[in-house]
Design a protein around this ligand. Sequence first.
Ligand SMILES: [Zn+2]
Length: 309
Amino acid sequence: MIRLFWRAGSIAGPGAADCDGAHTGQAGRQDGMARRRALELIGATTLATGLFLAETAEVMAAAAKKPPGKDDKPKPPARRRRVVIDAGHGGSDPGTIGARGTYEKEVALAMARELRRHLVATHRYDVTLTRDHDEFISLGERVQIAREAKGELFMSLHADAIHRPDVRGASVYTLSEKASDARAAALAAKENRADAIAGIDLSKQKPDIAAILIDLVQRETKNRSATFANILLPELARHVQMLDRSHRFAGFAVLKAPDIPSVLVEMGYLSNREDERLLTSAAHRTRLSATLVRAVGHYFDKQPLTASS
Ligand SMILES: [Zn+2]
């Protein structure tokens, strides 16, 4: 449960598909215009289609150093992807407390460790946990840990509670439109822009260029977060009970890394006895981990490695 960071009215009424479907065309045009504008401003002549993070920095550097068209396609190196798992709450913050006294912080940490074990076993991932102990870590620190680790996917694990004991099921949150819009402006306005976006030093850029680049990266991050959520939701639905309208949107601070695709998974309701039983069961953790690992695998299969990543 993360009500402390809830923004009133930030949960979208319709499901993800409704929201995304209505705006895809407009966002696509804006992306194209913003990219062209960024190109004009930075004077580059080529820009990889997958404009993102270090890829962006690489392309900018390449455009500055060498004429386009030469050695543009070095062999992509095989490497592990970095997944960051964030066990919600911890230390003095127990999170929600279940009908039988289960602490959310304990459920989240046990699940984070189990998920790490499963991810590492595939040999496809390096895994960072924002906490591996019962300790309090602020939301800002969690995002910072993920960014310092150069995370490529961020999953925050939680369990919810509500005053209706019959309500149960899992849900997935991504950052709401409003929250991500406001973020680009705030980041660009910051005096210290040097590390606003991984791999791109914006400190020497003019504010309008910095704002455009941050906006581009944020859009891409938001798209990738939605891509992962859209892979994860049906995968979860095959194996665990889901909440109605299981893709939700909110301004959760822990989802606000501008350059790391992020989702928050509410694994179920500790206020529901059946969910509480499942969330404290090792067998269920194993099943849930296997499901998450499959979704992570499908997601990265769709995100090809580039020379710079
Ligand atoms: Zn929580």
